[in-house]
Design a protein around this ligand. Structure first.
Ligand code: FE2
Length: 387
Protein backbone atom coordinates (compact mmCIF):
# COMPACT_ATOMS: atom_id res chain seq x y z
CA UNK A 1 0.00 0.00 0.00
CA UNK A 2 1.27 3.43 -0.88
CA UNK A 3 0.59 5.42 2.27
CA UNK A 4 1.04 8.72 0.50
CA UNK A 5 -2.13 8.01 -1.49
CA UNK A 6 -4.12 6.90 1.54
CA UNK A 7 -4.53 9.89 3.83
CA UNK A 8 -7.16 8.09 5.92
CA UNK A 9 -4.37 5.92 7.41
CA UNK A 10 -1.63 8.45 7.98
CA UNK A 11 -1.66 12.21 7.57
CA UNK A 12 1.22 13.99 5.90
CA UNK A 13 3.40 16.23 8.03
CA UNK A 14 4.49 19.66 6.92
CA UNK A 15 7.19 19.48 4.22
CA UNK A 16 10.56 18.60 5.76
CA UNK A 17 12.09 21.81 4.41
CA UNK A 18 9.77 23.80 6.69
CA UNK A 19 11.78 22.54 9.62
CA UNK A 20 15.14 23.88 8.42
CA UNK A 21 14.86 26.58 5.74
CA UNK A 22 15.90 30.09 6.81
CA UNK A 23 13.24 31.79 4.69
CA UNK A 24 10.47 29.70 6.26
CA UNK A 25 11.80 30.65 9.68
CA UNK A 26 11.67 34.31 8.63
CA UNK A 27 8.09 33.89 7.47
CA UNK A 28 7.25 32.23 10.78
CA UNK A 29 8.80 35.15 12.61
CA UNK A 30 6.54 37.60 10.78
CA UNK A 31 3.37 35.51 10.70
CA UNK A 32 3.61 33.79 14.07
CA UNK A 33 6.19 34.99 16.61
CA UNK A 34 5.81 38.70 15.84
CA UNK A 35 2.05 38.42 15.45
CA UNK A 36 0.79 36.14 18.21
CA UNK A 37 1.10 36.49 21.98
CA UNK A 38 4.46 34.97 22.90
CA UNK A 39 5.26 33.82 26.45
CA UNK A 40 8.44 35.41 27.83
CA UNK A 41 8.43 34.58 31.51
CA UNK A 42 6.66 35.00 34.82
CA UNK A 43 5.61 38.09 36.75
CA UNK A 44 8.06 37.13 39.47
CA UNK A 45 10.94 37.63 37.00
CA UNK A 46 10.51 41.35 37.48
CA UNK A 47 9.21 41.90 41.01
CA UNK A 48 10.51 45.39 41.80
CA UNK A 49 9.01 48.66 40.62
CA UNK A 50 11.55 50.58 38.60
CA UNK A 51 13.36 47.54 37.23
CA UNK A 52 13.74 46.33 33.66
CA UNK A 53 14.31 43.05 31.85
CA UNK A 54 16.01 42.95 28.45
CA UNK A 55 14.85 39.99 26.38
CA UNK A 56 15.51 38.73 22.89
CA UNK A 57 12.27 37.57 21.30
CA UNK A 58 13.15 35.76 18.07
CA UNK A 59 15.81 38.34 17.23
CA UNK A 60 13.93 41.42 18.50
CA UNK A 61 15.36 43.04 21.61
CA UNK A 62 12.61 44.20 23.94
CA UNK A 63 12.42 45.84 27.33
CA UNK A 64 9.95 44.84 30.00
CA UNK A 65 9.67 47.40 32.74
CA UNK A 66 7.77 47.49 35.99
CA UNK A 67 6.81 51.12 36.28
CA UNK A 68 6.81 53.09 39.49
CA UNK A 69 3.07 52.34 39.70
CA UNK A 70 3.86 48.62 39.64
CA UNK A 71 2.48 48.11 36.14
CA UNK A 72 4.28 45.97 33.56
CA UNK A 73 5.05 47.68 30.23
CA UNK A 74 6.99 46.44 27.22
CA UNK A 75 8.79 48.38 24.51
CA UNK A 76 11.21 47.74 21.71
CA UNK A 77 14.76 48.32 22.95
CA UNK A 78 15.44 51.00 20.33
CA UNK A 79 15.62 54.78 20.46
CA UNK A 80 13.01 56.63 18.42
CA UNK A 81 15.66 59.14 17.36
CA UNK A 82 18.33 57.27 15.39
CA UNK A 83 17.57 53.69 16.27
CA UNK A 84 20.28 53.03 18.82
CA UNK A 85 19.89 50.04 21.12
CA UNK A 86 18.99 51.58 24.48
CA UNK A 87 19.98 48.91 27.00
CA UNK A 88 22.80 46.46 26.44
CA UNK A 89 25.30 44.67 28.61
CA UNK A 90 27.81 44.51 25.76
CA UNK A 91 30.83 46.80 25.85
CA UNK A 92 32.95 45.52 22.98
CA UNK A 93 35.03 48.72 22.77
CA UNK A 94 35.54 49.00 26.50
CA UNK A 95 34.30 52.59 26.60
CA UNK A 96 31.51 52.26 29.15
CA UNK A 97 28.90 54.22 27.18
CA UNK A 98 26.55 56.24 29.34
CA UNK A 99 22.96 55.19 28.92
CA UNK A 100 20.55 52.40 29.73
CA UNK A 101 18.79 52.48 33.06
CA UNK A 102 19.62 55.59 35.05
CA UNK A 103 19.77 55.82 38.86
CA UNK A 104 16.54 57.85 38.63
CA UNK A 105 14.78 54.90 37.01
CA UNK A 106 14.58 56.21 33.48
CA UNK A 107 15.83 54.77 30.19
CA UNK A 108 18.53 56.84 28.53
CA UNK A 109 19.82 56.39 25.00
CA UNK A 110 23.64 56.27 25.05
CA UNK A 111 23.85 58.12 21.73
CA UNK A 112 22.20 61.58 22.11
CA UNK A 113 20.92 61.09 25.67
CA UNK A 114 17.23 61.05 24.81
CA UNK A 115 15.57 59.89 28.01
CA UNK A 116 12.37 57.92 28.42
CA UNK A 117 10.15 57.00 31.34
CA UNK A 118 9.60 53.31 32.07
CA UNK A 119 6.15 53.61 30.52
CA UNK A 120 7.86 54.57 27.27
CA UNK A 121 7.09 58.28 27.14
CA UNK A 122 9.92 60.56 26.04
CA UNK A 123 10.91 62.77 28.97
CA UNK A 124 13.72 64.79 27.45
CA UNK A 125 15.68 65.26 24.24
CA UNK A 126 18.64 67.60 24.84
CA UNK A 127 18.41 70.99 23.13
CA UNK A 128 15.13 70.18 21.41
CA UNK A 129 11.70 71.53 22.19
CA UNK A 130 12.71 74.81 23.75
CA UNK A 131 10.77 76.66 21.05
CA UNK A 132 7.75 74.40 21.36
CA UNK A 133 8.08 72.95 17.88
CA UNK A 134 9.13 69.49 19.02
CA UNK A 135 6.26 67.34 20.27
CA UNK A 136 7.75 64.90 22.76
CA UNK A 137 4.51 62.93 23.00
CA UNK A 138 5.00 61.81 19.40
CA UNK A 139 8.27 60.07 20.23
CA UNK A 140 7.37 57.48 22.83
CA UNK A 141 9.19 54.16 22.57
CA UNK A 142 7.75 51.71 20.07
CA UNK A 143 5.23 49.75 22.13
CA UNK A 144 5.11 46.00 22.60
CA UNK A 145 1.84 44.48 23.80
CA UNK A 146 1.94 42.84 27.23
CA UNK A 147 -0.70 40.76 28.97
CA UNK A 148 -0.54 38.31 31.85
CA UNK A 149 -2.34 35.04 32.47
CA UNK A 150 -1.73 32.77 35.45
CA UNK A 151 1.46 34.64 36.27
CA UNK A 152 2.83 34.07 32.77
CA UNK A 153 3.87 37.22 30.87
CA UNK A 154 3.03 37.28 27.17
CA UNK A 155 4.17 39.94 24.72
CA UNK A 156 2.90 40.89 21.30
CA UNK A 157 5.37 42.50 18.89
CA UNK A 158 2.56 43.89 16.70
CA UNK A 159 0.23 45.41 19.30
CA UNK A 160 -1.56 47.81 16.96
CA UNK A 161 -2.39 45.01 14.52
CA UNK A 162 -3.52 42.74 17.36
CA UNK A 163 -5.81 45.48 18.67
CA UNK A 164 -7.22 46.13 15.18
CA UNK A 165 -7.87 42.42 14.69
CA UNK A 166 -9.26 41.98 18.21
CA UNK A 167 -6.63 39.35 19.01
CA UNK A 168 -6.17 39.58 22.77
CA UNK A 169 -4.17 37.12 24.84
CA UNK A 170 -7.46 35.72 26.12
CA UNK A 171 -8.80 35.04 22.65
CA UNK A 172 -5.54 33.20 21.92
CA UNK A 173 -5.73 31.21 25.17
CA UNK A 174 -9.17 29.94 24.16
CA UNK A 175 -10.28 27.32 26.71
CA UNK A 176 -6.99 26.93 28.59
CA UNK A 177 -7.85 29.24 31.51
CA UNK A 178 -11.14 27.43 32.07
CA UNK A 179 -9.53 23.97 31.88
CA UNK A 180 -6.86 24.97 34.41
CA UNK A 181 -8.98 27.23 36.59
CA UNK A 182 -8.46 25.25 39.81
CA UNK A 183 -4.66 25.25 39.53
CA UNK A 184 -3.36 28.34 41.42
CA UNK A 185 -1.00 29.25 38.58
CA UNK A 186 -0.79 32.92 39.42
CA UNK A 187 0.38 32.21 42.95
CA UNK A 188 3.02 29.62 42.12
CA UNK A 189 6.69 30.46 42.37
CA UNK A 190 9.70 29.08 40.55
CA UNK A 191 12.09 27.03 42.66
CA UNK A 192 14.27 25.76 39.83
CA UNK A 193 14.90 26.41 36.17
CA UNK A 194 16.87 24.35 33.65
CA UNK A 195 17.72 25.79 30.25
CA UNK A 196 18.39 23.46 27.35
CA UNK A 197 19.90 24.35 23.98
CA UNK A 198 18.29 21.92 21.57
CA UNK A 199 19.43 21.50 17.96
CA UNK A 200 15.91 21.18 16.60
CA UNK A 201 13.26 23.34 15.00
CA UNK A 202 10.63 24.66 17.41
CA UNK A 203 7.88 22.66 15.63
CA UNK A 204 9.78 19.39 16.11
CA UNK A 205 9.70 20.07 19.85
CA UNK A 206 6.02 21.02 19.87
CA UNK A 207 5.08 17.97 17.85
CA UNK A 208 7.02 15.72 20.19
CA UNK A 209 5.27 17.23 23.21
CA UNK A 210 1.94 16.67 21.54
CA UNK A 211 2.03 12.90 21.20
CA UNK A 212 2.82 9.90 23.35
CA UNK A 213 3.32 7.37 20.55
CA UNK A 214 7.04 7.71 21.34
CA UNK A 215 6.70 7.35 25.13
CA UNK A 216 6.94 3.55 25.30
CA UNK A 217 10.24 3.52 23.42
CA UNK A 218 11.82 6.73 24.70
CA UNK A 219 10.57 7.17 28.28
CA UNK A 220 10.69 3.85 30.22
CA UNK A 221 10.84 5.65 33.60
CA UNK A 222 7.87 7.87 32.74
CA UNK A 223 5.86 4.85 31.62
CA UNK A 224 6.57 3.18 34.97
CA UNK A 225 4.66 6.03 36.63
CA UNK A 226 2.06 6.47 33.88
CA UNK A 227 1.47 3.06 32.25
CA UNK A 228 -1.25 4.51 29.98
CA UNK A 229 1.47 6.35 28.06
CA UNK A 230 2.76 3.08 26.61
CA UNK A 231 -0.59 1.35 26.12
CA UNK A 232 -1.67 1.18 22.49
CA UNK A 233 1.01 3.67 21.51
CA UNK A 234 -0.38 6.31 23.80
CA UNK A 235 -3.74 6.36 22.01
CA UNK A 236 -7.06 6.99 23.75
CA UNK A 237 -5.51 9.20 26.44
CA UNK A 238 -8.20 11.16 28.26
CA UNK A 239 -6.61 14.59 28.47
CA UNK A 240 -9.99 16.09 29.32
CA UNK A 241 -10.15 14.27 32.64
CA UNK A 242 -6.38 13.96 33.07
CA UNK A 243 -4.04 11.01 32.73
CA UNK A 244 -4.05 8.46 35.60
CA UNK A 245 -0.84 7.26 37.22
CA UNK A 246 -0.16 3.68 38.26
CA UNK A 247 -1.89 2.65 41.53
CA UNK A 248 -0.34 4.53 44.44
CA UNK A 249 1.36 7.13 42.26
CA UNK A 250 0.02 10.67 41.78
CA UNK A 251 2.83 12.94 40.61
CA UNK A 252 5.79 13.14 38.24
CA UNK A 253 8.68 11.96 40.42
CA UNK A 254 10.71 8.76 40.24
CA UNK A 255 8.60 7.20 43.01
CA UNK A 256 5.36 8.74 41.76
CA UNK A 257 4.86 10.28 45.22
CA UNK A 258 6.12 13.31 47.12
CA UNK A 259 6.06 14.92 50.56
CA UNK A 260 4.55 18.09 49.08
CA UNK A 261 0.85 18.75 49.59
CA UNK A 262 -1.41 19.04 46.56
CA UNK A 263 -2.36 22.55 45.48
CA UNK A 264 -5.38 23.78 47.43
CA UNK A 265 -8.64 23.71 45.52
CA UNK A 266 -7.96 20.89 43.06
CA UNK A 267 -10.68 18.43 42.15
CA UNK A 268 -10.35 14.78 43.22
CA UNK A 269 -9.24 13.88 39.69
CA UNK A 270 -6.68 16.67 39.61
CA UNK A 271 -5.14 15.42 42.86
CA UNK A 272 -4.21 12.09 41.27
CA UNK A 273 -4.17 12.68 37.49
CA UNK A 274 -1.79 14.56 35.24
CA UNK A 275 -2.80 17.46 33.02
CA UNK A 276 -1.05 19.00 30.04
CA UNK A 277 -1.78 22.12 28.07
CA UNK A 278 -0.11 24.04 25.31
CA UNK A 279 -0.49 27.67 24.39
CA UNK A 280 0.81 28.02 20.86
CA UNK A 281 3.23 29.14 19.75
CA UNK A 282 5.65 28.70 22.63
CA UNK A 283 4.29 27.74 26.06
CA UNK A 284 3.83 24.14 27.20
CA UNK A 285 2.49 23.43 30.67
CA UNK A 286 2.53 20.08 32.41
CA UNK A 287 0.61 19.93 35.66
CA UNK A 288 0.91 17.53 38.58
CA UNK A 289 -1.02 17.99 41.82
CA UNK A 290 1.98 19.51 43.64
CA UNK A 291 4.10 21.12 40.93
CA UNK A 292 3.96 22.51 37.43
CA UNK A 293 6.63 22.13 34.77
CA UNK A 294 6.37 25.05 32.35
CA UNK A 295 8.34 24.95 29.13
CA UNK A 296 9.07 28.20 27.30
CA UNK A 297 10.35 27.69 23.77
CA UNK A 298 12.71 30.39 22.51
CA UNK A 299 13.39 29.79 18.81
CA UNK A 300 17.00 30.76 18.07
CA UNK A 301 17.01 29.93 14.37
CA UNK A 302 15.49 27.38 11.99
CA UNK A 303 17.36 24.52 13.65
CA UNK A 304 17.93 25.71 17.20
CA UNK A 305 15.60 26.22 20.13
CA UNK A 306 16.40 27.21 23.68
CA UNK A 307 13.99 25.64 26.11
CA UNK A 308 13.50 27.01 29.59
CA UNK A 309 11.98 24.42 31.87
CA UNK A 310 10.61 26.18 34.93
CA UNK A 311 9.52 24.25 38.00
CA UNK A 312 6.70 26.00 39.84
CA UNK A 313 5.53 25.19 43.35
CA UNK A 314 3.11 26.56 45.90
CA UNK A 315 4.79 29.23 48.05
CA UNK A 316 3.59 27.51 51.25
CA UNK A 317 5.63 24.46 50.26
CA UNK A 318 8.68 26.50 49.22
CA UNK A 319 8.67 28.17 52.65
CA UNK A 320 8.96 24.86 54.50
CA UNK A 321 12.51 24.17 55.75
CA UNK A 322 12.25 20.64 54.36
CA UNK A 323 11.32 21.84 50.86
CA UNK A 324 13.34 20.00 48.22
CA UNK A 325 12.23 20.13 44.58
CA UNK A 326 14.80 17.61 43.38
CA UNK A 327 12.39 14.64 43.26
CA UNK A 328 10.43 16.29 40.45
CA UNK A 329 13.36 18.17 38.90
CA UNK A 330 15.53 15.07 38.46
CA UNK A 331 12.65 13.05 37.06
CA UNK A 332 11.71 15.75 34.57
CA UNK A 333 15.31 16.40 33.60
CA UNK A 334 15.67 12.77 32.57
CA UNK A 335 12.41 12.80 30.58
CA UNK A 336 13.36 16.13 29.02
CA UNK A 337 16.80 14.94 27.90
CA UNK A 338 15.22 11.84 26.38
CA UNK A 339 12.86 14.11 24.44
CA UNK A 340 15.56 16.50 23.26
CA UNK A 341 17.67 13.56 22.13
CA UNK A 342 14.93 12.25 19.83
CA UNK A 343 14.08 15.77 18.65
CA UNK A 344 17.70 16.24 17.57
CA UNK A 345 17.57 12.87 15.79
CA UNK A 346 14.48 14.06 13.91
CA UNK A 347 16.16 17.33 12.97
CA UNK A 348 19.18 15.46 11.63
CA UNK A 349 17.05 12.98 9.65
CA UNK A 350 14.69 15.57 8.18
CA UNK A 351 17.49 16.85 5.99
CA UNK A 352 17.82 13.54 4.09
CA UNK A 353 17.27 14.35 0.42
CA UNK A 354 14.67 11.59 0.06
CA UNK A 355 12.56 12.63 3.07
CA UNK A 356 10.27 15.25 1.54
CA UNK A 357 7.73 14.98 4.33
CA UNK A 358 6.75 12.64 7.16
CA UNK A 359 3.51 11.26 8.55
CA UNK A 360 1.39 11.52 11.64
CA UNK A 361 -0.14 8.29 12.93
CA UNK A 362 -3.73 8.38 14.24
CA UNK A 363 -2.56 8.62 17.87
CA UNK A 364 -0.58 11.72 16.89
CA UNK A 365 -3.75 13.54 15.87
CA UNK A 366 -2.99 16.60 17.98
CA UNK A 367 -0.13 17.32 15.61
CA UNK A 368 -2.67 18.02 12.91
CA UNK A 369 -3.53 21.07 15.01
CA UNK A 370 0.05 22.29 14.75
CA UNK A 371 0.16 21.60 11.01
CA UNK A 372 -3.09 23.54 10.61
CA UNK A 373 -1.81 26.34 12.86
CA UNK A 374 1.28 26.81 10.71
CA UNK A 375 -0.54 26.47 7.37
CA UNK A 376 -3.19 28.98 8.37
CA UNK A 377 -0.55 31.55 9.24
CA UNK A 378 2.09 30.95 6.56
CA UNK A 379 -0.29 30.51 3.67
CA UNK A 380 -1.73 27.86 1.45
CA UNK A 381 1.53 26.90 -0.23
CA UNK A 382 2.50 25.11 2.99
CA UNK A 383 -0.43 22.73 2.62
CA UNK A 384 1.10 19.22 2.48
CA UNK A 385 -1.67 18.09 0.11
CA UNK A 386 -0.36 20.64 -2.37
CA UNK A 387 3.00 18.87 -2.58
FE1 FE2 B 1 8.49 12.57 25.25
Amino acid sequence: MNLSTNPTVLEKSLPSSYYYLADIYQREKNAIFAREWFCVGREEDIPASGSILVLDVVGESILIARTKDGELKAHYNVCRHRGSRLCSSEDKWNVNLRGGITPAGTIRCPYHQWTYALDGTLLSAPFLGEKGDFQKQEFSLYPVGLQVWGGFIFVNLSPEQAATDGRTLFSQLARSPEKLERYPLRHLRMAKQISYEVAANWKVILENYNECYHCGGVHPELCEIVPDFKRAGGSNLDWGRGIPHRPGAYTFTTSGTTTRLPFPGLSEDEKVRHQGEHVLPNLLVSLSCDHVAAFLLWPQGPERTRIECRFLFHPDEIRKPSFDPSDSVEFWDLVNRQDWAVCERVQAGLRARVHQFGYYAPMEDFNLDIRRYVIERLGKDTDPDAL
